[in-house]
Design a protein around this ligand. Structure first.
Ligand code: ASP
Ligand code: MG
Length: 424
């Protein structure tokens, strides 16, 4: 055990810090539930800030006017800070080594003004990362907690926008730096961010803040992680899509990994493994109703769970036929898989027949075009876009009927536990 006292990790996503009221609520949760032992708080960008920064970056990168949007974002953060800390002038007169809100805003402005036309993804990370920097600055000040810049500690490679963690270096960095800070009180740090050995910022993939919480927990031997959400816990379906959802009071790591893999958006897929390896329980709780039970994800055995419904939108179904009508062989598949990996299109579902092979992937015009360019010579390729992929985990007849009725199925697949189909 690295700590004199048990360490809890709390993760608050965009919705839980979307405005001053939400941040005050976060403060209440921290005071009432995080009181005993050490506490490290991982925070995402406020509300839809990451989307806004993506838009601003895109405009700046292509030499278009972005200042109006940047001003909106700047004023929004300033107004939230003023509402929470009316006495504080948030200026550069900061006695600590932590940057002030104004300093961070200035850095963001400078970055955008001096963007080079170099690697798009690299530049993206240098800009879009400010969402978390700004949010944590405000939350740390509002709580009177320490602000920790995670970028020098969470070491990644140069896979911009999808930084791959260097675990040994990160673990060394975190165990050397963080326990001493925690001894002084709660620490607030950024989700979603990392840094390269050369000191550049990386991001860990959209919605990656859950993963950050797991990284800290793993490296620091935390007692538990709690993800505070706008839902009551881990549910069998997204309440925005289905009106009769059921909460799982407890569920195994394995089952949760599978749900995240199929696209249940409640937890980032990479989050579970580090926690499972070190047997750290993950609680999913509602920030609206913090005393409610929520879900405990841990190493447990349970009977058959109620069916889980998972929908992925914006899917693309691509089928490859060998031009000479030969069979789809291992050699052909190797070429197809190689090209998919090359353009970083992830397969969500696949199926093959004698002369054709189909994959369902997330749709990206850019990646699809690169794929077509690479494979068109060798295969006849057809594709449909704007599709949905549904997965029913632990299905029964009634659940299949409920979901497939009145839908045109383009492809379906069934294993012992899982029923999946692609439809319009
Ligand atoms: N702010 C980032 C995003 O919106 C990371 C996160 O929310 O987990 O993707
Ligand atoms: Mg977010």
């Amino acid at each position: 055990m690295l700590h004199s006292q048990p360490l809890k990790i709390y993760k608050f996503g965009g919705a839980s810090v979307k405005d001053a009221g939400a941040i005050s609520n976060l403060g209440r949760i921290v005071r009432t539930h995080g009181a005993d032992g050490h506490l490290l708080i991982v925070v995402s960008a406020m509300g839809k800030t990451t989307n806004a920064l993506e838009e601003i970056f895109q405009l700046a990168y292509t030499g278009q006017e972005y200042t109006a949007l940047l001003k909106q974002l700047t004023e929004f953060h300033r107004s939230v800070a003023h509402e929470l800390l009316p006495g504080n002038n948030h200026d550069v007169d900061n006695p600590t080594t932590e940057p002030s809100l104004e300093q961070l805003l200035e850095q963001l402005g400078d970055r955008l003004a001096t963007l080079s036309t170099g690697d798009f993804n690299k530049q993206y990370d240098q800009v879009v990362s400010f969402g978390e920097l700004l949010a944590t600055r405000i939350v740390a000040s509002a709580l009177g907690a320490q602000w920790l810049d995670c970028r020098p500690l969470l070491r990644t490679d140069h896979a911009w926008r999808e930084g791959r963690l260097d675990w040994p270096t990160t673990e060394r960095n975190l165990t050397a730096a963080v326990p001493a800070l925690l001894a002084h009180g709660p620490v607030v740090t950024q989700g979603f961010l990392g840094g390269t050995a050369s000191g550049h910022t990386t991001t860990l993939g959209r919605e990656g803040s859950d993963y950050t919480a797991a990284i800290f927990a793993y490296c620091l031997g935390a007692e538990s992680v709690t993800i505070w959400k706008d839902v009551a816990g881990l549910l069998n379906a997204d309440p925005k899509i289905f009106d009769d959802t059921v909460r799982y009071p407890e569920i195994s790591y394995q089952e949760t990994i599978e749900m995240a893999y199929y696209g249940a958006s409640v937890i980032h897929p990479k989050t579970i493994k580090p926690l499972a390896v070190r047997q750290i329980p993950l609680y999913v709780k509602s920030f609206v109703d913090p005393t409610a039970e929520g879900t405990k994800i841990h190493d447990c055995r349970h009977g058959l769970l109620v069916p889980a419904f998972i929908r992925k939108v914006n899917q693309c179904l691509i089928s490859f036929e060998s031009k000479d009508l030969t069979f789809i062989s291992e050699e052909n598949l190797e070429v197809i898989f190689g090209a998919l990996a090359q353009v970083r299109l992830k397969i969500n579902l696949m199926q093959n027949s004698a002369i054709s092979f189909s994959v369902c992937t997330d749709f990206s015009t850019y990646r699809l075009e690169k794929l077509l360019a690479a494979l068109r010579g060798q295969f006849t390729i057809h594709y449909n876009t704007d599709l949905e992929l549904y997965t029913i985990k632990n299905y029964d007849t009634a659940s299949i009927q409920r979901l497939t009725k009145d839908r045109e199925l383009l492809l379906e697949q069934r294993t012992r536990q899982t029923f999946q189909f692609v439809c319009r």
